[in-house]
Design a protein around this ligand. Structure first.
Ligand code: ZN
Length: 230
């Protein structure tokens, strides 16, 4: 297969951050493929949102299902009916919604997906963020840099992991969509809620109460303030 060095592979969850990353990827690469991972998450509806987003932007979309594997190996409030607003069952310094090494697994999967097509350089894109993040250690910049090195060594091919949101606040993420003329699509096409609730608010769909909704609502309100004060 012919190598294409200007192609990116994006981890698309159906949420706000990966939506904005997709806009970024389409601005920086001539070709983009989107990959979603079904991991038996409570908010499984996000996969349907990811499909809608990919179709909206006319981007090829692939889903890999690791649901039974994740349910058997991982403990997280995203995988069962326990509360999100408490500490993690195994690690009291981490939130209940932490899925151990989720980003590491997902990046390995999309790197393997890309490896089927690329021979020289793999470009991966993910919406991990260290600024307004949820306290997950595998969202941090040092982890992502180490992961790129690990994948490059493991596949014997150069792997870059692009994280356009790493140092952005949630308000700045809304601003990126706004500047690209895609704010309305962001509100309509994404689902970030940990409970998968589809009640519409000015900031998008959600329950309004889970940690993810609280972060998104706060970010939207700060974005409006940014917009008004510019
Ligand atoms: Zn919610």
């Amino acid at each position: 297969m012919v190598a294409s060095t200007n192609k990116a592979y994006i981890l698309l969850s159906g949420g706000q951050d990966s939506f904005v990353c997709l806009i970024w990827a389409l601005q920086h690469f001539s070709e983009v493929e989107a990959i979603s991972i079904a991991y038996n998450q409570r908010h499984a509806k996000e996969i349907e949102y990811a499909k809608k987003i990919a179709a909206h932007f006319n981007v090829p979309h692939f889903t890999y299902d690791i649901g039974s594997f994740m349910s058997s190996i991982a403990e997280s409030s995203l995988l069962n009916s326990s509360s999100h607003n408490t500490q993690h069952a195994q690690a009291s310094h981490l939130p209940a919604s932490f899925v151990p090494n989720r980003n590491g697994l997902f990046l390995t999967i999309i790197a393997n997906h890309a490896f089927k097509q690329e021979t020289k350089h793999i470009h991966l894109v993910t919406g991990t963020c260290e600024t307004d993040y949820s306290g997950y250690p595998d969202c941090r910049d040092n982890y992502i840099k180490a992961k790129a090195t690990e994948l490059s060594l493991g596949l014997d091919i150069s792997v870059s992991i692009h994280t356009p949101l790493m140092w952005k606040t949630k308000a700045e993420t809304f601003a990126m969509a706004h500047e690209a003329g895609k704010l309305n699509e962001l509100i309509q096409l994404t689902l970030t809620c940990y409970n998968g609730e589809e009640t519409m608010h000015p900031w998008g769909y959600g329950c309004g109460e889970c940690p993810s909704c609280v972060l998104r609502k706060k970010g939207y309100e700060e974005f409006l303030h940014l917009t008004y004060t510019v």
